[in-house]
Design a binder for this molecule. Structure first.
Ligand SMILES: [Fe+2]
Ligand SMILES: [Fe+2]
Length: 438
């Protein structure tokens, strides 16, 4: 009877131990490889384990940069300070290492290659014996440098197998790290590209707003202000950065449809007649047509253009939508739009005093404006006037004198109290009244 007799396992008990040790280490490595922060640690640990398993005092693991054609040391053990941290490969070396694959090369027998000639002294001084190119998926990702064994004996074929297995794992760790770096670089590029596109988009929007405003000489800056007021309302509602930006864009572009309305109608220094009014009233629909085919980062932008002249009570245009039928973004722009109309001079109508405007907003709650939007808007105004914020948005848009008119703070405060939702306590009191009456 013949038995398959493998001297590697039966003759050396300590080899068995080494084997278990080495492969246990491999299993641990598998876990570490996925954690990118511990990359350097992984390589160091691997080198440590490999040295321990084979009994060597000196060695190094390097990562290959294929752009620089350099092996850069990641982990070093016992090679001294003057060992080069970076070693260059020639094209010839690269070609030979790729052909060789992930197998140990006896340094003493490889003197024909330029790499071993160039670094001959460095390698000989440290007694380096094996060089292992880490070839993963037909690419050199790194290399191992291994010194002589502590026993002074030659590497056995079994030990070379351990070297290969460990080398494989270290190679994969490096390849994975390279891949991660590549992905991160792409992600960063995309992020930059996205930021650029976004700022281009915003610049375009502002240019558009300026173009719309140019056409209307009496309401100069209207679109820009409506954009800013919409932005204030959205941020007072506690919306996120992107949504606030979206609301601003919706405001900037709400009147884009006016680009197709005749200039003389827009600029009429008198109240326009029915026919002219019908023409002007087409601008929300036209605006929607213009904006709809554009891919906006904020999907609601065309809706704001289409419905910013709707009213909660259904008396608006173009579709006479009521209450909840009106898109939320349109309600925001409606408030911003009306507020600007009231606070700027028109050819047939001077701007109204701030306190009257506050009354008007309050009086039109439920008819034209949503209560929570008026509350948010006036709340933002009050914060600014009371100095609770460093922002001077309202003062900048409307003028300091206008905003700081006598009694305005008190006016807003009482209005906010009146508009605030009834508290449960009031309901109880009201119910009590009713009970007493009956
Ligand atoms: Fe409009
Ligand atoms: Fe408008």
């Amino acid at each position: 009877m013949t038995t398959i007799h493998d001297s590697r396992f039966t003759n050396h008990d300590h080899d068995d131990h080494k084997l278990i040790h080495a492969f246990g280490a491999l299993a641990e490595l598998g876990h570490e490889i996925t954690n990118k922060n511990s990359f350097q640690e992984t390589i160091r640990t691997s080198l440590h384990l490999l040295s321990g398993a084979i009994g060597i005092m000196r060695g190094a693991a390097a990562r290959y940069s294929r752009y620089a054609h350099e092996l850069n040391l990641v982990a070093v053990r016992g090679l001294g300070d003057d060992f080069p941290l970076s070693l260059t490969l020639t094209t010839e070396d690269e070609r030979q290492f790729l052909t060789n694959g992930l197998h140990p090369i006896e340094i003493a027998e490889a003197q024909v290659l330029p790499f071993f000639q160039i670094y001959d002294v460095s390698f000989a001084d440290r007694g380096l014996q094996l060089f292992v190119p880490l070839v993963v998926r037909e690419e050199i990702v790194g290399a191992l440098f291994l010194g002589e064994k502590a026993t002074g004996e030659a590497y056995t074929s079994y030990e070379k197998e351990i070297v290969c297995a460990m080398g494989q794992h270290i190679g994969v760790a490096i390849a994975q790290r390279n891949l991660m770096a590549e992905i991160e670089r792409h992600a960063e590029e995309n992020r930059q590209l996205f930021d650029e596109m976004r700022s281009t988009y915003h610049d375009t929007v502002k240019a558009f707003a300026a173009a719309i405003d140019c056409k209307d000489k009496y309401t100069e800056g209207h679109s820009v202000r409506v954009g800013k007021f919409s932005e204030i309302i959205a941020s007072e509602l506690g919306w996120g950065k992107e949504e606030v930006e979206g609301a601003a864009v919706a405001g900037y572009l709400h009147d884009v449809g006016k680009l197709t309305v005749e200039r003389k109608i827009i600029n009429a220094p008198y109240r326009i007649n029915a026919k002219e009014s019908a023409e002007l009233n087409k601008h929300p629909g036209v605006g929607f047509e213009i904006l709809q085919p554009i891919h906006h980062p904020y999907t609601d932008v065309p809706l704001a253009a289409k419905y910013h002249h709707e009213r909660l009570d259904g008396r608006g245009y173009p579709d006479g939508l009521k209450g909840r039928e009106i898109p939320y973004i349109a309600k925001i722009v409606t408030l911003a739009d009306s507020f600007d109309a009231m606070t700027t001079d028109r050819p047939y109508k001077a701007r109204r005093a701030a306190r009257d405007v506050v009354d008007d907003l309050k009086g039109n709650i439920g008819r034209q404006f949503s209560p929570e939007l008026v509350t948010a808007f006036l709340g933002g105004m009050l914060k600014e006037l009371k100095g609770e914020t460093t922002d001077k948005r309202f003062r900048r848009l409307l003028g300091r004198d206008y905003m700081e008119a006598e009694g305005i703070v008190e006016k807003i405060r009482t209005t906010l109290n009146d508009v605030a939702p009834t508290s449960p306590m009031t309901y109880v009191a009201a119910a009590g009244d009713i009970l007493q009456i009956h």
